[in-house]
Design a protein around this ligand. Structure first.
Ligand SMILES: [Zn+2]
Length: 403
């Protein structure tokens, strides 16, 4: 028997790279997947019983600084721009050094998540991302509508990329926050920086109708809120701007980008996302979308067009918890026309690809990191392996997280 080699047998394996395997066995060695099939390879299999064994879940969009929120901020259905000051006020009331980020990482791990895409603000602490799962891509957030903020924000981004060179439990990314908080010039320069460094970008886009109106006209409720906050610059965004303009820039710059939310994308914009699906991914945040009572998400149109979609929780400022599995179940309830397999892909392999880690995680394949998550299955016959998969309200804490 090879030392350090371990095998797990489950009622069903969901490798994602191939069809589900009944009575499947995954053999791992030195933190990597060594074999996937029906027999243990070089050791005795530990029988996990009546469970499904999946690749570790991947949540590509969180803001873990809000993990201490007991309930979402504001009120369900409130206009999105009015929620923004609630967030600012909540932040101002938080004592420095509160362990919200470790708490959010723990909550994620408890829900079977082995990788996150985290939006961090300047001054964030890498110490929270210790040598334990989940691993993170840490996107440094930049906010700045004013011209005189551009140089400072670029310097912060450069420092973030340099700091990351010595860290391996987190990887760097950059996050120009959103069209209504970032000057187009700053957006472009951050995208160029990310493209040159080969790191991904996360950008909130087409989240609310008020954002679309602000870009088009320079007016509306968002202008009112930004003016009240003292940050609105009427010259920052040219009139007649659309989310399409930002998508084209992301496509032109050949950067890997996560387009967060995409609630109000139109067909032309969906076409650009589909054409560039190798590098652009929409990250749909289902229960956050529902909290603000947005119109129906264009998820089926995105998938039908061939765009890549992953699923995120967003934060506890707009979601009751960080349970990614519950987001996937929510999608199946809201879009019964979608197959369970398509939904599972959004929480695993497509999320891995969104972060540029499709070769390392997101499916059970030989050589990939052994990030494994278990979901309990109900007793009784299943006509189809997927039939019982989404009955359980949560995945169990990750069984193993690879080297
Ligand atoms: Zn967000």
């Amino acid at each position: 028997m090879a030392p350090g080699r371990t095998a797990f047998r489950a009622r069903y394996l969901f490798p994602l790279a191939s069809a589900p395997i009944a009575n499947g066995v995954v053999t791992i060695d030195a933190g990597r997947i060594f074999a996937v099939g029906r027999k243990p390879d070089g050791c005795k299999a530990i029988d996990l019983g009546d469970v499904a064994l999946l690749p570790g879940l991947i949540n590509p969009h969180t803001h873990l600084e809000f993990s201490d929120c007991e309930a979402p901020l504001g009120a369900p259905g409130m206009p999105f721009p009015r929620w923004v000051p609630e967030v600012i006020q909540w932040r101002a009331g938080q004592a420095a050094g509160k362990p919200a980020v470790p708490r959010g990482l723990d909550e994620s791990a408890q829900a079977g998540v082995t990788t996150v895409g985290e939006i961090a603000t300047p001054g964030w602490s890498p110490a929270a991302f210790g040598k334990r799962p989940p691993r993170a891509t840490v996107f440094l957030e930049a906010i700045g509508l004013a011209r005189d903020q551009v140089d400072q924000k670029l310097a912060e981004a450069q420092e973030h990329l340099q700091r990351a060179a010595t860290q391996w439990y987190w990887r760097p990314g950059l996050s120009p926050h959103a069209p209504y908080t970032v000057r187009p010039e700053l957006f472009e320069r951050l995208v160029d920086l990310a493209s040159g460094a080969g790191v991904p970008v996360a950008f909130h886009l087409a989240e609310s109708p008020e954002e679309i109106e602000l870009l088009a006209t320079g007016g509306g409720r968002f202008r009112d809120v930004l003016s009240e906050l003292g940050v609105w610059d009427p010259a920052a965004i040219p009139r007649g701007t659309r989310p399409l303009d930002y998508l084209r820039r992301l496509a032109d710059r050949r950067v890997r980008a996560l387009v967060i939310h995409g609630n109000y994308l139109d067909d032309e914009e969906i076409g650009v996302l589909a054409k560039h699906a190798d590098r652009l991914t929409v990250v749909y945040c289902p229960r956050t979308h529902a909290y603000f009572q947005h119109r129906r998400h264009p998820l089926p149109r995105l998938l039908a067009a061939g765009a890549r979609v992953a699923v995120g929780t967003d934060s506890r400022a707009s979601n009751p918890d960080l349970n990614l599995w519950e987001e996937l179940r929510f999608i199946l309830g809201a879009f019964p026309e979608l197959s369970p397999e398509a939904v599972l892909r959004m929480g695993t392999i497509d999320a891995a690809r969104s972060l540029g880690e499709g070769d390392a995680i997101g499916s059970l394949e030989v050589g990939k990191r052994a990030d494994l998550t278990i979901v309990p299955l109900e007793d009784g016959e299943l006509r189809d392996p997927y039939e019982g998969l989404f009955h359980a309200p949560r995945a169990l804490p990750h069984l193993f997280a690879g080297a």
